[in-house]
Design a protein around this ligand. Structure first.
Ligand SMILES: Cc1ncc(COP(=O)(O)O)c(C=O)c1O
Length: 371
């Protein structure tokens, strides 16, 4: 009898640390205030839900394979060429497709020290080598990224704003990055939180994609549009890159209900504007309230805040997390991002936000004593 040989995935796959999503429930179940995944507290536009339910009447039919109605709606809203938009099952799928199309063993891809962890997984999954660029003040640093470039560099992933820090690079810096990278390096601008950014010097990436042949921007319906569970993302690409992605993506990678809901969500501009306005108000209020408790808060351009706790016994992030759970509030632990002493807090409804402030007031013992 021949000896059985173990079936093993490709080299390196089992060395990949799986992505750990934010906690979504507490022990014993029951309702909780979930501020752990940067979702909108308002849910999707009712028009999107209506379109989703109506699409339920056609589940036996394959959807449009290229998500054409959704690409056309996106193109109309932003004034883009629909042929250069590729939709995916969340922007995660597009990030992975970009890595699959442009990375292989021997190649290097750069991301910043506290960058979104899906990049590392996507790079390693292709057998390529992740290269980590240091940050300055928890913000991506153009010079550090450029300093990591070698002849083997093929891609740079930049979340702008970044998750979990919330920090961003202004357009001048992004342009400086692009100009400093070799022509053969693909720059991926992940603008998952673009709709929340209020800074005048911010540009999501549309302009750079329009004017270069080696830059891609990815966007999502999971955040301000409140459709995280439907899994819809899109990439705006140079023609040749859209062509490459279209060759390797699943032929029906976005479902019919997702396409329908995405189109309706995009059209409800009032709902997007309301969410952005609420976020702007509460991002500021939360940062102020938590700072007043003596907690350090990283300035954020997105819909979440990175809140730093002292390492001291009884005051740490781990203990704060436990305390918050006792009040049925769930934030995001961020150890795997290199922040053992921080928690990430998504901006919630007014009631959610007030509950967090009250709980952290109780945890820190009141104003100014946390550190
Ligand atoms: C920076 C960043 N990019 C991409 C994503 C992925 O979003 P999705 O796959 O839901 O579109 C997230 C989600 O948390 C994110 O924070």
């Amino acid at each position: 009898m021949t000896a059985k040989r173990a079936l093993r995935p490709r080299e390196g796959i089992l060395d990949i640390a799986p992505y750990v999503p934010g906690r979504s429930a507490l022990e014993g179940g029951g309702p909780a205030i979930k501020l752990s995944s940067n979702e909108t507290p308002f849910g999707p536009s009712p028009k999107a839900v209506e379109a989703y339910l109506a699409a339920g009447a056609n589940l036996s039919r394959y959807p449009d394979g290229s998500a054409r109605p959704l690409r056309e709606a996106i193109a109309k809203l932003y004034g883009l060429d629909p042929a250069r938009i590729v939709c995916g099952a969340g922007s995660d799928e597009l990030l992975n497709l970009l890595a699959a199309a442009y990375l292989g063993p021997g190649d290097e891809a750069i991301y910043s020290r506290h960058g979104f962890l899906v990049y590392r997984i996507a790079i390693l999954a292709m057998g390529a080598t992740p290269v980590v660029a240091q940050e300055v003040a928890l913000t991506a640093d153009v010079d550090a990224i450029l300093g990591c470039v070698t002849p083997a560099t093929r891609m740079v992933f930049l979340a702008n704003p970044n998750n979990p820090t919330g920090t961003y690079l202004g357009f001048d810096e992004v342009k400086r990055l692009r100009a400093g990278l070799p022509e053969t390096v693909l720059l991926v601008l992940d603008a998952a939180y673009a709709e929340y950014v209020r800074a005048n010097d911010y540009e999501s990436g549309i302009e750079l994609v329009a004017t270069t042949h080696n830059t891609v921007m990815t966007r999502t319906f999971s955040k301000i549009y409140g459709l995280a569970s439907l899994r819809i993302g899109w990439a705006y690409c140079p023609e040749a890159i859209a062509d490459a992605l279209n060759r390797i993506r699943g032929p029906f990678n976005v479902s019919g209900p997702a396409i329908a809901a995405g189109v309706a969500a995009l059209q409800d501009r009032a709902s997007v504007a309301r969410s952005a306005e609420h976020n702007e108000i509460w991002l500021g209020r939360m940062a102020e309230a938590l700072s007043a408790l003596g907690l350090m808060v990283t300035p954020s351009a997105a819909n979440f805040l990175l809140v730093h706790f002292p390492a001291a016994n009884g005051r740490s992030a781990v203990e704060a997390d436990k305390f918050l759970h006792s009040r049925r509030i769930i934030l995001r632990r961020v150890e795997e991002y290199g922040f053992p002493d921080a928690l990430r807090l998504t901006i919630g409804t007014e009631d959610d936000n007030r509950a967090v402030i009250e709980a952290l007031e109780a945890f820190t013992g009141g104003s100014g004593v946390a550190q």
